[in-house]
Design a protein around this ligand. Structure first.
Ligand SMILES: Nc1ncnc2c1ncn2[C@@H]1O[C@H](COP(=O)(O)OP(=O)(O)OP(=O)(O)O)[C@@H](O)[C@H]1O
Ligand SMILES: [Mg+2]
Length: 276
């Protein structure tokens, strides 16, 4: 065995990449109970205000549902929090001390904000275990670290996330062979490998069967508490099944906030949805 290979065998991934070990969010100051502060945010595209004086707060550990008609600004709101779009004005803080508007997309992800897009982006040719393993290494150096040894804590962490997403029985199955719903759960699992404090999930149940929707509802509900979760979804039956507090977005602003019953009986909300 070459000296290099010998070296590779003995080095542990957590010693190579500190991101693998990153679970310490002591730097996010949530002592006031809020994990996300979005204040007076406005963003225009060619003069059109997609987000208009948007204000909302997310509490530590809460599960928030965001609804609103097509074009209300829901996805743009997530683009702003994750650094993909920079607003024209306003502020976005992660905890009391981290100014997300001053950070790049990778920095925001690293700070503990995870985002799930609608289309799953799993590695189709790798099995579930490997997908989670690669997600743990982060975007950087996946292949460079591939031959380094997994510590037992890292192995346990993968098994624990696999259990959370309900795919333990499929661990050696290729991701490409999974159902649409299973791929979505795997992708949520891949996000969890990075230990996000805040999870943003855009239209998680689009294209799912009713059974898959139920499981997704259980999964997202179980993640709240340890994580703060923001779910954007059009399927009202699904939202009703998981909702605690619901925010209604309309023309880039919060139109109403409350329980599902409160927002569904809100006259302004009824008008917006009837007018669709
Ligand atoms: N990069 C962009 N350039 C120009 N216009 C944009 C851009 N991103 C979003 N928009 C516009 O901003 C508005 C809000 O879009 P957004 O995708 O945030 O809505 P949404 O609430 O997510 O809608 P849906 O429920 O259909 O997903 C829309 O009118 C959209 O066309
Ligand atoms: Mg959208």
């Amino acid at each position: 065995m070459s000296a290099l290979n010998k070296f590779r065998e003995t080095m542990r991934r957590d010693q190579v990449f500190d991101i693998v070990n990153k679970q310490d969010y002591s730097e996010v100051d949530t002592s006031h109970g809020q994990i996300l502060y979005v204040e007076d945010v406005t963003v225009s595209f060619d003069g059109f205000k997609a987000i208009n004086e948007l204000n909302f707060y997310i509490e530590v550990g809460e599960l928030r549902c965001m609804i609103g008609p097509n074009g209300a600004g829901k996805t743009t709101m997530m683009d702003i929090i994750t650094g993909k779009t920079k607003p024209d004005k306003g502020s976005v803080w992660f905890g009391q001390n981290i100014n997300l508007l001053k950070m790049t997309e990778p920095e925001i992800a690293q700070a503990g904000v995870g985002r799930k897009f609608q289309k799953p982006t799993v590695f189709e040719h790798h099995n579930i275990f490997e997908n989670l393993e690669m997600a743990m290494a982060g975007n950087k150096g996946v292949w460079a670290t591939y031959r380094a040894k997994l510590s037992s804590e890292q192995h346990d962490r993968i098994m624990s996330v696999m259990d959370t997403i309900g795919l333990t029985d499929n661990s050696t199955q290729r991701a490409g062979a999974l159902s649409h719903g299973q791929k979505q759960w795997l992708e949520i699992g891949m996000l969890l490998m990075q230990n996000p404090r805040l999870l943003l999930v855009d239209e998680p149940v689009a294209g799912m069967t009713h059974q898959e929707m139920d499981k997704t509802g259980e999964l997202l509900t179980s993640l709240a508490g340890e994580h703060s979760v923001v779910v954007v979804e059009h399927d009202m039956d699904f939202v009703r099944s998981i909702a605690k507090k619901v925010s209604v977005l309309h023309q880039g602003s919060i139109l109403a906030e409350g329980t599902m019953d409160e927002v569904q009986n809100n006259q302004k909300v009824i008008e917006v949805y009837l007018g669709e």
